[in-house]
Design a protein around this ligand. Structure first.
Ligand code: FAD
Length: 295
């Protein structure tokens, strides 16, 4: 399969990239790692006449730790870089785990967090992991700038609210409170090079060790047209003391938030069972990690 002809442009500043995107209208596409876009171009699903590369735009591939405000992640940071970043592994464990489970090493070395979010696939690994941190996405065009909660970014399979003249330029997350633990579980038929059949991310905060749950976020992927938060399960857990029974009840409630489909990866019934089991398992894991919290 050959790629169609296109012009490849490497802007060297953010302003230049935004101006090019605005001048070229709907015919141009941004390219980060290319692991989604080039496949779609080979399959002739997309035929952009210009590709605007983010490779030489400074500052987009950095993870910046902010002492008081958490972390700022550039959209061009790769899955491999996130998976091995010590600060991300320590304070944003579900994100590091999701990064380490995406594709295989050769894909992780190119695939970016920005490309994964903008691609808007319901089964993608990064969206649930960002949703449990209530990540803020910064979108910029040549004339405008706006910030949006990651949970409001997705519209449907392959659809997000980003405009053709906008770039995702940053992803911001607050450092979780003390006694918080997180987890990410991905279910697929294989251990690598597999798109999720179901995935679940959890962040859980205890008032104190062995105290009640004072904050919890559960996000699921591959269970609806967009990744979803299991709000009803979160509500059920608030103020309760962690136990296997409570987590398993939350898993059962979580199923009610999902509308999984039957496809070649799994049936709707199997996915529902897995939502329940994996949510409960992810909550247990997050709880264990909360107990092991270190400043
Ligand atoms: C073999 C293989 C295995 C895979 N396995 C997985 C997997 O396990 N889990 C998973 O979630 N995904 C998987 N993927 C999909 C893909 O690798 C990821 O979605 C990846 O993170 C996309 O990032 P990218 O940098 O390659 O995006 P690109 O292909 O460069 O871009 C994807 C889309 O995002 C747009 N875009 C990119 N960056 C920006 C930006 N900053 N602002 C605005 N628009 C932008 C592009 O225009 C394009 O529309 C796999 C792909 C392949 C080929």
């Amino acid at each position: 399969m050959l790629l169609p002809n296109f012009e490849y442009i490497e802007p060297t500043t953010l302003e230049e990239a935004l101006r090019l995107l605005s001048d070229m209208g709907g015919n141009a596409r941004v390219i980060a790692g290319g692991t989604d876009l080039l496949v779609r171009m080979k399959l002739k699903i997309e035929k952009p006449s210009q590709l605007i590369s983010l490779r030489k735009v400074p500052g987009l591939n950095q993870v910046i730790k902010r002492e008081t405000h958490g972390v700022s992640i550039g959209p061009a940071v790769t899955a491999a870089d996130l998976a091995r970043n010590e600060f991300i592994r320590d304070k944003f464990a579900p994100l590091a785990t999701a990064a380490g489970k995406l594709g295989a090493p050769v894909i992780r070395n190119r695939a970016t967090i920005g490309g994964n979010l903008v691609n808007g696939r319901p089964a993608a690994d990064f969206p649930p992991a960002c949703m449990v941190f209530d990540a803020i996405l910064k979108l910029k065009s040549a004339t405008n700038e706006r910030e949006i909660l990651v949970g409001e970014f997705f519209r449907g399979p392959g659809e997000t609210i980003i405009e053709p003249n906008e770039l995702l330029v940053g992803i911001f997350m607050e450092t979780p409170a003390p006694w918080t633990g997180g987890s990410y579980i991905k279910l697929g038929a294989r251990k690598a090079l597999e798109i999720s059949m179901v995935n679940v991310a959890v962040m859980l905060t205890l008032q104190e060790p062995l105290g009640p749950i004072v904050d919890v976020k559960i996000a699921l992927g591959a269970v609806a047209p967009t990744p979803v938060r299991a709000f009803a399960a979160e509500q059920y857990l608030m103020g309760r003391h962690p136990s296997e029974k409570v987590f398993s009840e939350a898993g059962a409630i979580g199923v009610g938030m999902c509308h999984p489909i039957t496809d070649h990866r799994g049936t709707m019934e199997y996915r529902c069972l897995m939502i329940e089991t994996l949510t409960s398992r992810a909550l247990n894991l997050a709880y264990q990690n909360a107990l092991a919290w270190k400043p």
